[in-house]
Design a protein around this ligand. Structure first.
Ligand SMILES: Cc1ncc(COP(=O)(O)O)c(C=O)c1O
Ligand SMILES: [Zn+2]
Length: 402
């Protein structure tokens, strides 16, 4: 039997399987890591990421047939980008290489394993893009009836990227935060398991990114870990994973986490800057970074608490800063990520400029959460020079461009 805990109330005696929230205080619930006699080990010889880190996951068994080969993404050294800032060791964990192009697959993979093992036949999610595609893909793979609730006005490419997997796609008018809560209530009445952004099993899946970074760094923590931040599910999964590694005495130091929001929707960075332990909904939301624009993040207060406990940092960057960082990663490093993911580089640059990170500070890892191909509409304004020539002018054109 899985056990759950709340960061405020501690262990909870029972929970509603259709709700990710604590029955006592309505903050998110987390799985209590089960102890393992003799300690937990990483099985590096196993083929799937889920199998490698099985000791840390709340799954009794793993069905490889449900996997799409998620995880085991590369940690890429950003030599030029680091050197430009005077830093020797900057890395990107490229989550765009997951099966549907974002980190969401790691969480969906675990949530779907759990759902199938419990005999659940209907799953769903509420999403503006990445989670829709991920849930639809894994739902198709598992042969589950899948319901995807999207915000009315979601970009057509996102609709189609999820829709091609054959889920029931429902575009809902109205407030996204209210839709999140309504999905859980309706899901409970109709028997649909909604695995939304802070589903406790989804957050367990996100832990695997941290375990892989630990391995790829040579079995140690990076000094800084930069993560884009919206609902808070992803950041909390990564933070809890390093707590697991600490508990197993596998790391000597805990990384400094830097959660990054878009300035046009930054309730958590604002609360952090003011030293508050609860956030307030911003009066206005204005950013191109839709994937991280959530004015009422359901795990927001839990993020503030864990960031406080672990001496982390939350900050915001502007749309211009993230777009510039996106172009820089593409042109200097060959990595094409979503602007939301490039917030991590923009934030690192800000901390370096402010003198808070320097060469002697140690290494920094940026988690690039999703592929740039996810947001083609944002490419229209990218300045790309095209040389238009007749065939007869090919050689002279090429030699002029040397
Ligand atoms: C590309 C990308 N980065 C980051 C996030 C933020 O993750 P979370 O909502 O778990 O904080 C999202 C969420 O949808 C996303 O799509
Ligand atoms: Zn609670």
């Amino acid at each position: 039997m899985d056990r759950f805990e709340c960061l405020i109330c501690g262990p909870v005696a029972s929970r509603d399987p259709y709700s990710p929230f604590c029955p006592g205080c309505a903050e998110p619930l987390f799985l209590v890591p089960a102890a393992r006699s003799g300690g937990k080990i990483i099985h590096e010889d196993r083929p799937l990421a889920l199998e490698r880190f099985a000791d840390f996951l709340p799954l009794d068994g793993i069905d490889p047939g449900l996997s799409l080969g998620e995880g085991m993404t590369p940690l890429v050294r950003l030599g030029r980008t680091g050197a430009a800032m005077g830093l020797a060791a900057v890395y990107a964990k490229n989550e765009a290489q997951n099966p549907t192009g974002s980190f969401k697959d790691r969480g969906t993979a675990v949530a779907v394993q759990k759902a199938v093992s419990l005999g659940i036949k209907r799953i769903g999610t509420v999403s503006t893009g990445n989670m829709a595609a991920s849930t639809a893909a894994y739902g198709a793979r598992a042969g589950l009836e899948t319901f995807v609730l999207l915000k009315e006005g979601t970009a057509v490419t996102s609709l189609k990227a999820a829709g091609i997997h054959g889920p029931r796609l429902i575009a809902v008018e109205g407030d996204y935060g209210s839709l999140f809560r309504a999905s859980l209530d309706v899901g409970k009445r109709l028997g649909i398991s909604f695995m939304n952004s802070i589903d406790p099993y989804r957050m367990e899946g996100y832990k695997l990114t941290a375990f892989e970074i630990y391995l790829q760094m040579g079995r140690r923590s990076p000094r800084f870990l930069f993560v884009p931040l919206s609902s808070g599910g992803h950041l909390l999964g990564l933070m809890r994973a390093f707590e697991d590694l600490e508990r197993e005495k596998l790391i000597a130091t805990y990384p400094t986490f830097v959660g990054v929001q878009a300035q046009g929707c930054a309730p958590l960075a604002t609360a952090f800057a003011a030293g508050l332990d609860r956030y307030e909904r911003p009066a206005e939301v204005r950013t191109i970074a839709h994937a991280i624009s959530n004015p009422t993040p359901p795990a927001g207060n839990a993020v503030l608490r864990l960031i406080h406990d672990h001496k982390g940092i939350l900050l915001a960057v502007t749309d211009e800063e993230m777009l510039e960082a996106q172009r820089e990663l593409a042109a200097a490093e060959g990595l094409f990520c979503q602007p939301e993911s490039a917030t991590t580089l923009a934030a690192l640059k800000k901390l370096v400029a402010a003198g808070r990170i320097a060469e002697k500070s140690g290494d920094a890892v940026l988690v690039l959460t999703g592929s740039g191909l996810k947001t083609p509409h944002l490419l229209e304004s990218v300045p790309v020079e095209i040389h238009r020539i007749p065939l007869s002018g090919l050689e002279s054109c090429l030699s002029r461009l040397f």
